[in-house]
Design a protein around this ligand. Sequence first.
Ligand code: PLP
Length: 499
Amino acid sequence: MCELYSKQDTLALRGKHIGPSCKVFFAADPIKIVRAQRQYMFDEKGQQYLDCINNVAHVGHCHPEVVRAALTQMEMLNTNSRFLHDNIVEYAKRLSATLPEKLSVCYFTNSGSEANDLALRLARQFRGHQDVITLDHAYHGHLSSLIEISPYKFRKGKDVKKEFVHVAPTPDTYRGKYREDHADPASAYADEVRKIIEAAHNRGRKIAAFIAESMQSCGGQIIPPAGYFQKVAEYVHRAGGVFIADEVQVGFGRVGKYFWSFQVHGEDFVPDIVTMGKPMGNGHPMACVVTTKEIAEAFSNSGMEYFNTYGGNPVSCAVGLAVLDIIEHEDLQSNASRVGNYLMELLHKQKAKHTLIGDIRGIGLFIGIDLVKDHEERTPATAEAQHIIYKMKGKRVLLSADGPHRNVLKIKPPMCFTKDDAKFMVDQLDETLTVLEEAMGAQTERMISENSPCKTKMPEEAHVELLSGSTTDSTENPSRKRNGPCPNKHALFSKRLKT
Ligand SMILES: Cc1ncc(COP(=O)(O)O)c(C=O)c1O
């Protein structure tokens, strides 16, 4: 039996018993999902949806080997990590083997938030420093300690930025402060971090950590320019701080060629702490912090014991081992490269065809489509993005829109995504964009012929489906105005990382 209640009753019960701040996808018309397999999800009527956004179901929804591993271990034993057990050490050994040698000490947790919170504790304990540098628009988790360092959240709520938090500009070469037309955006963005450190020192503050996702996801699928992390790490280390790479969204082979996204930046860059979660347990709550022996010893020397009731339990580790095996046996990293490259090719063709597409960026199966109202100013097409994800849902394709302006279509599907899935998704997107652009064009033409000011309006049907609060706050990204439009569209990828 897949359902206890009718969809309407589920919705009503949710409204009554689940906190109102827990939002659903497609709030205006939510979907009830009752089962899933591989990259497909099924609603209560048996309708199939192509899942283009679920990076948690990394090796595919309900992978039978993951299910079997959990079941077998659950029938045997599940307990905490105070007892000796082989699963935790085997998993730690296998995980360490995927990382550079110095990252060899693991702490297991149940969520990415717990992992990042612990990473902050490790960093602060290391040299007794307190301050954290974070990137603008970053999200690192839902705990109080992480909302404090997540501008994505604290800028939206009533929270104020704490004095120990320093926000550096996102190294976004499409709509950030320094763009692809800049001679050396990596150095320019890193220099911003250096200046933040100097200003903090002048106020007597000390830097404990710089934290960043290896590729920023909620922040709008941003891929930092080559060389940025190396330079930042140098400045942060000089200040006595550590570099925390948040791989909660982007780890475990999503970029294809490498197992960890930070590795895209070159062998000469190794973070001091790496946090991971979502894909690690394929939906089973499992997360981890990996660090160096030196940092782990400093944490231990504080005298405080670290205990986590569920972190690293035998069932979680059995699940984690199954996930590692599947990534290897099904060659999912090669699949991510192959399908990701194909998808990028298809999307670039769409970019040439559709004026709404301003930028396509991505590596492996981590791709963003930045929608714009105009190519000169790169004005985010926020309402259009919301319209598109609803239309795509109607075509049974699940996409989401994120970033500070909620105009970036995010693609981060299960790693078993195929070329056929990619083609299907892009065909549906093509149709949706064609209809929308025609409607927008017709509207613009009508307004011009009526001698009104030339301002493109949304077609009527798009308005119907817009989510509340989707208007663009132009104050959110003043750098766009400061830097002006990019004169050379074709140079777009020239300073991005090559994979
Ligand atoms: C980059 C990043 N870090 C940390 C977290 C927090 O992970 P969790 O929701 O498992 O606590 C998230 C969740 O979306 C995330 O995107």
